[in-house]
Design a binder for this molecule. Structure first.
Ligand code: GDP
Ligand code: IMO
Ligand code: MG
Length: 465
């Protein structure tokens, strides 16, 4: 039976952890397939809150097998910290498997993350500094150390002897002074290996077996489509593929393993880090969105998230590149209390209306959003949203219903979930029992413009916060 992928459609932090947690109740296996400890996925169960970095969001359900796939870069120290943290909270964590083929984040990756950002000037993405970019650079450049390598002292030593001198030269060239002692790293990573050994498996085989035996498999995406290294706002995104197709490569199964792709769309837009953001708000409006519904602060870094209105130009691209079949719209509660809710349906680029998301970052920075103003709905307290969620979609304020239906129509994917609060109970499930047929994509975007106009106009300069 093909599985379901849950994918972020914006700049990450759309509420993927929450949707995965809800779906995990009916799943046998949850697999993370991309990113690393740059992710922060929040799961709220009653008054208990979990912020998962590397662990899949099904880990607190003992009957669900949780897999960290080969596509993830694993920081072993961070993973062990998460495992220890959960054990202290009474979870056994026996339901975890870690791919033997996943690459490992090494101490020089973190050092290089900071150094590389420091020399990139305006091109720096303002990363989470978790060593993610350099770890993926090493993977692709064939300098990587994999989980299977740290289990083997001979291979680990050989790789450290081969790679460390070159890494020191790069660190020096970038203005760094840090020097790593081979023996110390060897011992530290051997200790990590001893502790992680019990979880290590041929993860691709595990996922394949589950699918072959008719189990329900959930592919948990990290980051979001507009942080994807191919389809996102390059170079202001992350270093892995975050789109649905990456779920196969990053878990070790074929494309037919995915039958349903649920795109998670926050009812507005937020991002942490640098880069153009056409619908970004500042002042009072930004504060309104940032401070409500639990607050928009980074789960990993606690940085205040930049916020703006929903941008359908962005999300339309996400619907296409992910082949979305279904939609989950989150944080609808946060928009309560506004007279009208603006949604960008196109960009104005020198009086030309663009419906396609530009590839060129200068063009994107020159774009002004063209808004449709939708009627707002009342501000309600959390307990009222919970009551509404219990009564289903029809209980939502009719303007809120119109808002999400409008998004659904624009994206051509079936509305599956509406989320109106942090908890499991604050979720409306609209799924049909049958598998959603793939909608015929309404590709109304048109091609992207090739180059910026000259002379350049800073219609909407992007700000790094
Ligand atoms: P992820 O990275 O996509 O898993 O998202 P994060 O966990 O980083 O950020 C989403 C935040 O929004 C978390 O604090 C969630 O608890 C919270 N959240 C998720 N859905 C809703 C919702 O519908 N309403 C409100 N108010 N908060 C939500
Ligand atoms: P989840 O899975 C939001 C952003 C960083 C930075 C850029 C590159 O919780 O949605 P990196 O450390 O990956 O090299 O940083 O990507 N970023 C995220 N933003 N949510 C995330 O993950 C993110 N992971 C990375 O802020 O701009
Ligand atoms: Mg997050």
């Amino acid at each position: 039976m093909p599985g379901t992928a849950v994918i972020g459609c914006q700049f990450g932090d759309e509420g993927k952890g929450k949707i995965v947690d809800v779906l995990a109740a009916e799943s046998d296996l949850v697999v993370r397939f991309n990113g690393g400890a740059n992710a922060g996925h929040t799961v709220q169960v009653g008054s208990d809150s979990f912020a998962f970095r590397l662990l899949p969001s099904g880990i607190i359900r003992p009957n669900v097998l949780n897999v960290i796939g080969n596509g993830v870069v694993v920081d072993p120290g961070q993973l062990l910290e998460e495992i220890d943290g959960l054990r202290q909270r009474g979870y056994a964590v026996e339901n975890l498997r870690v791919s033997d083929r996943a690459h490992v984040v090494m101490p020089w990756h973190k050092a290089l993350d900071t150094l590389e950002e420091g020399v990139k000037g305006g091109m720096a993405a303002e990363t989470t500094k978790r060593g993610i970019g350099p770890a993926f650079e090493d993977k692709v450049g064939r300098w990587g150390i994999r989980v299977t390598d740290i289990l083997d002292p001979i291979v680990l030593r050989k790789k450290l002897e081969s790679y460390l001198p070159a890494k020191h030269r790069i660190i020096l060239a970038l203005g760094g002074t840090e020097s790593f002692v081979l023996e110390r790293i060897f011992n530290q990573y051997r200790e990590f290996a001893t502790r992680l050994q019990e979880f290590v498996a041929d993860a691709g085989f595990v996922v394949h077996e589950a699918l072959a035996n008719g189990k329900s498999v959930l592919f948990e995406g990290a980051q979001g489509t507009h942080l994807d290294v191919d389809h996102g706002i390059y170079p202001y995104g992350t270093s892995s593929n975050c789109v649905a197709a990456a779920a196969c490569v990053g878990s070790g199964v074929g494309p037919a393993a995915i039958g349903r792709v649920i795109g998670v769309v926050k009812a507005f837009t937020s991002r942490v880090g640098a880069g153009p953001f056409p619908t970004e708000l500042d002042g009072k409006e930004a504060e309104y969105l940032r401070e409500r519904g639990g607050g928009e602060y980074g789960t990993v870094t606690r940085r205040p998230r930049r916020v703006g209105w929903l941008d359908l130009v962005m999300v339309r691209l996400s619907a296409r590149v992910n082949g979305l079949t279904d939609l989950a719209v989150t944080k609808l509660d946060v928009l309560g209390g506004l007279e009208t809710v603006p949604v960008a349906f196109a960009y104005d680029h020198y009086d030309e209306e663009l419906r396609a998301f530009p590839a060129n970052m200068h063009v994107l920075a020159e774009c002004n959003p063209v808004y449709e103003e939708l009627t707002g709905w009342e501000d309600l307290p959390p307990e009222e949203w919970r009551r509404i969620a219990a009564n289903g979609f029809g209980a939502l304020p009719k303007e809120a219903q119109a808002y999400v239906r409008w998004i659904e129509k624009e994206l051509g994917a079936k509305l599956a979930f509406v989320s109106v609060g942090r908890g499991r109970e604050d979720t409306i499930d609209l799924r049909r029992t049958t598998v959603t047929p793939r909608p015929t994509a309404r590709l109304t975007e048109g091609p992207t413009p090739a180059a910026p106009r000259s002379p350049r106009r800073s219609a909407k300069s992007h700000r790094a916060k």
